[in-house]
Write a protein that binds this ligand. Structure first.
Ligand code: NAP
Length: 292
């Protein structure tokens, strides 16, 4: 069994990005700039945004954080999006999800100009991704593809079972893995909460991507020997013995599944860090006007 070390791959990618930023600034261009909009003070969102900003600094990017009260109206948030859309000093920006219930997330995502949508959530970017046109690919699935590539994990002709069909992970992951590309060319089965006999499907899988947010869902009896397991799940489970009062749990029963795997991602330190690396890559593409 080989552990897929997303933390060090992510750090290596961030160093590579930093080198490209240095070349840009040496040639007189300004550094790429990522802005993040954070609404309210949800603990998870605070941490994710803080990590993204920290990564920007390390890579030599400019960054700005726009904090808004959780009571902000949809109209005010749309005005913030509009001003970032029109700010020539901002190459790309994200609106950290989830948003408070009174705000329509779809409306906010659709208000972001596709050229600056470095999260790759806008329908234009999703549509372009599906049609094999240049697009910002959403960060988590893109990060997983890079892990498969950097570990030279063969995907062609493999049966991949993706569990979870969210717009930000499961659905795009299934589309990307089925593409005629490398990594890709998998035969993909996309599972969700209405899937029947899920275990009989995962038992046939060469690759299992778990993205459902149910700690310890995938057990050893659900997979075959030699399987590749990618654990996207990150659920905060309260733990008084932990420094922060919680620990992160993946969707896989790691201790019992790992011995059957050829490769497996840990939680934390697997997929999570790759999401940040992908976001920086998309922002660099935006600064270089490489997609639009
Ligand atoms: P989500 O929107 O919460 O959706 C969960 C999906 O799992 C749904 O499609 C649901 O099916 C399916 N599901 C739920 N219970 C199931 C079951 N018993 N059997 C089969 N499928 C089931 O998912 P998400 O936003 O993609 O998040 C999934 C997990 O990934 C969470 O733990 C999240 O924190 C984590 N995540 C991590 C990163 C990272 O950077 N590491 C990034 C994003 C998300 P239905 O569609 O039928 O309801």
């Amino acid at each position: 069994m080989q552990l897929i070390d997303g933390k060090s791959i992510s750090e290596a990618i961030q160093v590579e990005i930093g080198e490209q930023v240095a070349l840009l600034t040496q040639s007189g261009q300004r550094a790429p700039h990522l802005a993040a909009v954070l609404v309210g003070n949800d603990g998870g969102s605070e941490t994710y945004v803080a990590n993204k900003i920290k990564a920007c600094h390390k890579a030599g990017f400019g960054s700005s954080l726009i904090r808004l009260e959780s009571s902000v109206s949809e109209k005010e948030l749309l005005a913030t999006v509009d001003s970032l859309n029109n700010n020539p000093d901002v190459d790309g920006f994200i609106v950290q999800l989830p948003l408070p219930a009174h705000i329509d997330e779809r409306k906010i995502i659709e208000a972001i100009r596709p050229e600056k949508d470095v999260d790759g959530f806008h329908p234009v970017n999703v549509g372009r991704m599906v049609l094999n046109l240049p697009a910002y690919i959403c960060a988590t699935p893109n990060g997983i593809l890079q892990l498969l590539k950097r570990y030279s994990i063969e995907t062609e002709g493999k049966h991949c079972v993706v569990i979870g069909r969210s717009n930000i992970v499961g659905s795009p992951m299934s589309i990307l893995l089925a593409k005629n590309s490398s990594p890709g060319n998998c035969t993909v089965t996309l599972c969700h909460s209405k899937t029947k006999n899920l275990k009989s499907l995962t038992q046939q899988a060469d690759i299992v991507v778990c993205a459902l947010g149910k700690p310890g869902f995938l057990s050893a009896d659900m997979v075959k020997e030699g399987v590749v397991v990618i654990d996207v799940g990150t659920t905060r489970v309260s733990d008084r013995s932990a420094k922060r009062g919680y620990r992160l749990m993946g969707d896989v029963k790691f201790d019992e599944v790992a011995p059957k795997c050829s490769y497996i991602t840990p939680v934390p330190g697997g997929v999570g860090p790759m999401t940040i690396a992908s976001l920086l890559q998309n922002t660099l593409l935006a600064a270089n006007k490489a997609i639009y």
